[in-house]
Design a protein around this ligand. Structure first.
Ligand SMILES: NC(=O)c1ccc[n+]([C@@H]2O[C@H](COP(=O)([O-])OP(=O)(O)OC[C@H]3O[C@@H](n4cnc5c(N)ncnc54)[C@H](OP(=O)(O)O)[C@@H]3O)[C@@H](O)[C@H]2O)c1
Length: 224
């Protein structure tokens, strides 16, 4: 395992906490970021209790991002811009930044089974506009449900599509995705494709509702 630290901004929430558990279980050093120090520490304690180790710590978002080599943004779309601004000055040029955010219509009082059209094209492209220019930005993990991530004793039955304008960053994030048992990482190409991947999450939420399940995912067929 590389000697690195992953910070999950919003790691106190459902999706972020699931990613924290999976990466800590794989042996990564993980920091949970929160707007509140105590909330971050409580979530870290909960994660360490579930996993039986001390790989997870908790810090306020800017400190968590400053301590990390990989920063994961996992907050509601309504908070996306503010949370990126809050960690902006903590991001180093070589850091990888992974955006998990889906622009669900809930951000404006609508339904979780529909998505907003984002002015920049996608949440990930919004992040690109706001982050320091040399940040190694990727988007991923939109189509994996929190519930499946948090059931750490079970494999996750889903592909993870990774988008980035940097091939090197895509490769690094794909490797990180495959640390989660059951996940196959798919090269999703350029960051602009994140628009399609993000919108698919709203479709999956609708499928969950119609089929009365909670963890519908995606698999791309026909690949070697
Ligand atoms: N849940 C899923 O299954 C799933 C699947 C795929 C993608 N996603 C996407 O992943 C992101 C996180 O999802 P989630 O379900 O984990 O969200 P969540 O539980 O509602 O929120 C995650 C965390 O965001 C932080 N936050 C910062 N600003 C906030 C604000 N204004 N209002 C509420 N919370 C705020 C909170 O942490 P602090 O209070 O500690 O700061 C909260 O614990 C979303 O963009 C979602 O669309 C979720």
């Amino acid at each position: 395992m590389a000697n690195r630290t992953i910070a999950v901004i919003g790691g106190t929430g459902d999706q972020g906490f699931g990613l924290v558990l999976r990466w800590a279980k794989a042996g990564e050093r993980v920091v949970i970021g929160s707007r509140q120090q105590q909330k971050a520490e409580d979530a870290a304690k909960r994660a360490n209790g579930i996993l039986g180790g001390e790989l997870v710590s908790g810090m306020e978002n800017p400190k968590a991002a400053a301590a990390a080599d990989i920063v994961v943004m996992s907050v509601p779309f309504a908070a996306h811009v503010d949370m990126i601004k809050s960690v902006h000055d903590s991001i180093q040029p070589d850091d990888i930044f992974i955006d998990v955010v889906v622009p669900l219509s809930t951000a404006v009082g609508g339904s979780a089974s529909s998505a907003l059209l984002v002015w920049e094209g996608s949440a990930a492209q919004q992040a690109a506009r706001l982050l320091p220019p040399k940040t190694k930005l990727a988007s991923a993990f939109h189509n994996v449900v929190a519930e499946a991530l948090q059931r750490v004793e079970k494999k996750v039955d889903s592909d993870v599509i990774v988008c980035s304008d940097s091939q090197e960053t895509r490769k690094a994030v794909m490797e990180l995705a495959t640390e989660i048992p059951g996940v196959r990482a798919i090269d999703g190409g350029r960051l602009e494709n994140s628009r399609i991947v993000e919108q698919m999450t709203a479709l999956l939420i609708g499928i969950n509702i119609r089929y009365k399940v909670s963890d519908a995912g995606i698999r791309i067929t026909g690949l070697p």
